[in-house]
Design a protein around this ligand. Structure first.
Ligand SMILES: Cc1ncc(COP(=O)(O)O)c(C=O)c1O
Length: 442
């Protein structure tokens, strides 16, 4: 367990984010749709370096390499097209109805029927969810226990430090996770206001067990709020908010939910909201203050116009479409499809003689796979080869092992749309890319 000592902003973490960005760019391919041209008017020109022998026609979208990084993911046509909605007032009845329905659909996605659960959808990325938790649920000096399984757990801990919480961090070995008996011992040693867990850490592909963790936390330390970072898990891994007695889940639009980036999406329990209301000091954030957003969310859901800061109507339309599609089928079917695709990918990786960063099968995520490269192959060699064959994977971002592995995201339409061949093509591209790099299975 490593106590963190940064009382304020952590410059190291800002520079490591810049490093992360440059590793994504290492793939060397510019996405052709990255201009600001509306989707309906995009031409079908291909990106430089993308071989036409690997066509990737995605219905009305121009041909482009399949984006199989662990978010943002490939998007469905209807989701993209719903963003070209004409401009509406953010307090007009049409948009208020769309936003209200979107919030109600989130209750279904998170599997909560409790009237005291509170959804929030705020313009921002997944990181804003951390601020929402740290600014509103922790007060300066409160004890917070962060379970870290990689880069993003460490980032959540940094965020709590910024707001003056007293943070203890527990991390497993790289590719593993802290185990329940040791977490229990720590929880018994000190009173924690909050415990956080990253459901899937996108830097390692390590999946954490939420239900058993919750049972243990509620029996050992019932007042402690259990907060889940579900940025890389919501909509591809099961989260039963009520049944598992979770107090908060924060996520973002651009991963398994399948909506373009730009929305922080979260759900908090009645107990978390009560903890916010019982604060002695006001939250040290204006934009991320639950006090400012809660009445707005409640009004929108009741179909009443309300304003604190302007939402993005076009992104909310896209989220409405994405959620309608997800909820049109049983969630269990969606989770099963992600598991099937994940099993197939993990078997192909093992058949190639490669290992995953997440060591134990029980700790392996179903929406992404972090793959150790053979010693002779560099990420900077294989990523461009994959890109030339129409497949974009991401480089490694865990500070201890970054150059040694690559990340394959398999969430959303690439897995659920039977018309897409993204996953099969990615497996083939991985095989041929490794062969081109001179790798042969021993
Ligand atoms: C698990 C996890 N948490 C938080 C974040 C931060 O989200 P964002 O980059 O949207 O701010 C990410 C981003 O990939 C993530 O994977």
């Amino acid at each position: 367990m490593t106590p963190l000592n940064f009382p304020n902003n952590n410059p190291a973490s800002a520079s490591s984010r810049v490093g992360l960005l440059s590793r994504h760019l290492a793939a060397g391919v510019q996405h052709p749709a990255s201009s600001s041209t509306p989707i309906a008017f995009l031409s079908t020109t291909q990106s430089p370096g993308f071989s036409s022998s690997q066509p990737s026609k995605m219905s009305s979208q121009p041909e482009h390499p399949a984006l199989l990084i662990p978010g943002p993911i490939e998007f469905d046509d209807a989701v993209l097209q719903s963003m070209s909605h004409f401009s509406e007032s953010h307090v007009g009845p049409g948009f208020v109805a769309t936003f209200g329905e979107t919030l109600s659909m989130l209750r279904k996605l998170f599997q909560t029927t409790s009237p005291s659960s509170q959804p929030f959808v705020i313009s921002g990325s997944g990181t804003l969810g951390w601020d929402l938790v740290a600014a509103n649920l922790a007060e300066p000096g409160d004890n917070v226990l962060v379970l870290s399984t990689g880069y993003f757990g460490d980032g959540f801990a940094d965020c709590f430090n910024v707001y003056g919480a007293n943070v203890d961090k527990m991390a497993g070995p790289v590719g593993g996770r802290p185990q329940l008996p040791e977490i229990e011992t720590v929880l018994k040693s000190k009173k924690y206001k909050i415990i956080t867990v990253t459901h899937v850490d996108t830097s390692t592909g390590v999946l954490s067990e939420i239900q058993k963790l919750s049972e243990m936390v509620k029996s050992v330390s019932p007042d402690t709020l259990l907060i889940v970072d579900g940025v890389c898990s919501v909509a591809c891994e099961e989260i039963a908010f009520d049944a598992w007695n979770v107090d908060g889940v924060v996520t973002a639009s651009q991963k398994a939910i399948g909506c373009p980036a730009g929305l922080s999406i979260s759900m908090f329990s009645g107990k978390a909201i009560e903890a916010f209301k019982a604060r002695k000091s006001p939250p040290a954030s204006y934009f991320a203050s639950m006090k400012n957003w809660m009445p707005i969310m409640q009004n929108y859901e009741a179909k009443k116009p309300s304003y604190f800061a302007t939402p993005s109507p076009q992104l909310i339309h896209a989220l409405h479409t994405a959620l309608s599609q997800i909820l049109a089928k049983p969630l269990s079917e969606r989770f099963a499809k992600h598991k099937e695709a994940s099993d197939r990918i993990k078997k192909a990786v093992a058949d190639l003689g490669l290992k995953q960063v997440a060591g134990s099968p029980d700790d392996q995520a179903h929406g992404m796979t972090a793959i150790y490269l053979p010693e002779s192959v560099k990420a900077t060699d294989i990523l461009p080869k994959l890109a030339k064959n129409g497949i974009i994977f991401a480089g490694g971002i865990h500070k201890e092992i970054a150059p040694k592995y690559i990340r394959f995201g398999h969430m959303g339409v690439s897995v659920t749309d039977p018309a897409r061949t993204d996953i099969d093509r990615a497996i083939e591209a991985l095989k041929s890319g490794l062969a081109e790099c001179g790798y042969q299975k021993a």
